[in-house]
Design a protein around this ligand. Structure first.
Ligand SMILES: C=C1C[C@]23C[C@H]1CC[C@H]2[C@]1(C)CCC[C@@](C)(C(=O)O)[C@H]1[C@@H]3C(=O)O
Ligand SMILES: O=C(O)CCC(=O)C(=O)O
Ligand SMILES: [Fe+2]
Length: 380
C-alpha cells in the first residue's frame, strides 16, 4: 500500500533502466543538460525558500575527552551535546580519532565511483525495496521532486564475522577493479562504527541513563554508508540536492567537503552548517529521537546545490540490528514519570517503510505510525 503525498514509481526491476521509458540521470548527462531543467527536478517554492545566510551555532565537541577519562570535561561535553540535541539535534565533533588521510581516501574513491561510465554504475543499481547500490536522482523511485544528486549506498554490519564485507560487496557489484575502493570503505566504516559507539556513550551520559545503554543497543547494528555526489546545476535555485527531511535512522555521522550546502531548519529559518574539514557533523535521527522518548530532536535539514561547483558528502547512518525493538530506556521514563511519546517499533519496519512505501520527508515518523495502524486495522 502506498501513502498519498509521495508517489513511488516502480519501473520493472527486471528491466535495465535504459530499457524503461524512465529517466536516466548521472553526472555526465546532468551536466550536459543545458536550457530548461527537466520538470521532474523542480521543487515547490516552499522547499526552496532561502530565508537567511545565517549559520547554525552548533557546538564543536572535542571527543579527545572520551579517551583521556577526564570526567569533568566529559560532563561539560555532555552538557554541550544535551543543549544542542534538545533544540535541533546537530553538533560537530573534532579530535574524533578518524584519520584525516582515511577521509581523504574516501573522497578520492567517491570520485572514482561517480566517474565510472553510466552503464557500470547502472550495473550496480539499487534494487527496488533496498538501499544498497547506485541511484541517479532516485529517478527509478520517484516521478517528481527528483534530487539533483547521484548516490552510492551500502550496508555495514557492526559485528560481521567477515572483515571484508564491504570489499566483497564492491567487487560483487562493480568488479575486481573496485577492490581497493572496497578496502577504503571497509576501513572507513570500521572507523565510523567505533566513533558512533563513543558518541552513543556521550549521548547516554547527556541523558542521564546508564552510559553503556546505547552502546549495547547499537554494538551489533547494521548501519548504512552513503556517498553523495551533487553535480553543479545551471538552475540551482529551482532544485535541491537533497530535499527537506529528517533522517529516519538513529544517528548520522556526516563529512561534507568545503563547498557548503547543508542547511538545518531551526526557529523557522534555514541555517547553514559550516563545512569544517577537521570535523564531522553529527545529527539525531527519528529512531534515536524515539530512543530518547522525544527529548532529543530529529531535525529537518536539506542540501542545496550551486551553479559553479560539484559538492560531495560522506554520510554514515547508524542503525540498530533490524529486529531490535525501539523503546526508550526505563530509567529515562521513570525519573520524570514520563509518558511514552511513541509506540514500540522495529528499525526493520521503519526502514522498510522508507524503502517501499514512503519517501522520507518532514513527517516520516508520524506517517509510519499511521501506516502501521492502518495495516493492523486491515487485519482485524
Ligand atoms: C534510511 C534512509 C533513507 C534515506 C537514506 C537513509 C537515511 C536518510 C534517507 C533520505 C536521505 C532522506 C531524504 C529522502 C531520501 C529518499 C534521499 O534523498 O535519498 C532518503 C534516503 C533513501 O530513502 O534512499
Ligand atoms: O549531503 C548533505 O550535506 C546532507 C545529505 C543528507 O542529509 C542525507 O543524505 O540524509
Ligand atoms: Fe539527512
Amino acid at each position: 500500500m502506498e501513502l498519498s503525498g509521495s508517489t513511488l514509481v516502480h519501473y520493472p526491476s527486471s528491466q535495465p533502466q535504459e530499457e524503461n521509458e524512465g529517466l536516466v540521470f548521472d553526472s555526465t548527462n546532468l551536466l550536459q543538460m543545458q536550457g530548461d531543467m527537466p520538470k521532474e527536478f523542480l521543487w515547490p517554492s516552499g522547499d526552496l525558500v532561502n530565508t537567511t545566510q545565517e549559520e547554525l551555532k552548533e557546538p564543536l565537541v572535542d571527543l579527545g575527552i572520551m579517551r583521556n577519562g577526564d570526567e569533568g570535561a566529559i560532563a561539560n561535553a555532555a552538557e554541550l551535546v544535551r543543549n544542542a540535541c534538545l533544540k535541533h539535534g546537530f553538533f560537530q565533533v573534532v579530535n574524533h580519532g578518524v584519520d584525516p588521510n582515511l577521509i581523504d581516501a574516501a573522497y578520492q574513491q567517491l570520485d572514482s565511483i561517480f566517474k565510472l561510465p553510466i552503464a557500470r554504475k547502472l550495473s550496480a543499481k539499487r534494487k527496488p525495496g533496498g538501499v544498497s547500490g547506485y541511484s541517479g536522482a532516485h529517478a527509478d523511485r520517484y516521478s517528481s521532486k527528483l534530487p539533483w544528486k547521484e548516490t552510492f549506498s551500502f550496508l555495514y554490519a557492526h559485528q560481521s564475522i567477515s572483515n571484508s564485507q564491504i570489499v566483497d560487496y564492491f567487487v560483487s557489484v562493480l568488479g575486481e577493479d573496485l577492490h581497493y575502493t572496497g578496502l577504503v570503505y571497509q576501513k572507513y566504516c570500521e572507523a565510523m562504527k567505533e566513533l558512533s559507539l563513543v558518541i552513543m556513550e556521550l549521548l547516554a551520559i547527556s541523558l542521564g541513563v546508564d552510559r553503556e545503554h546505547y552502546r549495547r543497543f547499537f554494538q551489533d547494528g547494521d548501519s548504512i554508508m552513503r556517498c553523495n555526489y551533487y553535480p553543479p546545476c545551471n538552475s540551482a535555485n529551482l532544485t535541491l540536492g537533497t530535499g527537506p527531511h529528517t533522517d529516519p535512522t538513529s544517528l548520522t555521522i556526516l563529512h561534507q567537503d568545503q563547498v557548503g550546502g547543508l542547511e538545518v531548519f531551526v526557529d523557522n529559518k534555514w541555517l547553514a552548517v559550516r563545512p569544517r574539514s577537521e570535523a564531522l557533523v553529527i545529527n539525531i535521527g527519528d529512531t534515536f529521537m524515539a530512543l530518547s522518548n522525544g527529548r532529543y530532536k530529529s531535525c529537518l535539514h536539506r542540501a542545496l546545490v550551486n551553479t559553479y561547483k560539484e559538492r560531495r558528502s560522506l554520510v554514515y547512518f547508524v542503525c540498530p540490528r533490524e529486529d531490535k525493538v525501539v523503546r526508550p530506556p526505563e530509567n529515562l521514563l521513570c525519573t520524570n514519570n514520563e509518558e511514552r511519546k511513541y509506540p514500540d517499533f522495529t528499525w526493520s519496519n521503519l526502514f522498510e517503510f522508507t524503502q517501499k512505501h514512503y519517501r522520507a520527508d518532514v513527517t516520516t515518523l508520524q506517517s509510519f505510525f499511521q501506516w502501521q495502524c492502518q495495516c493492523s486495522s486491515n487485519f482485524i
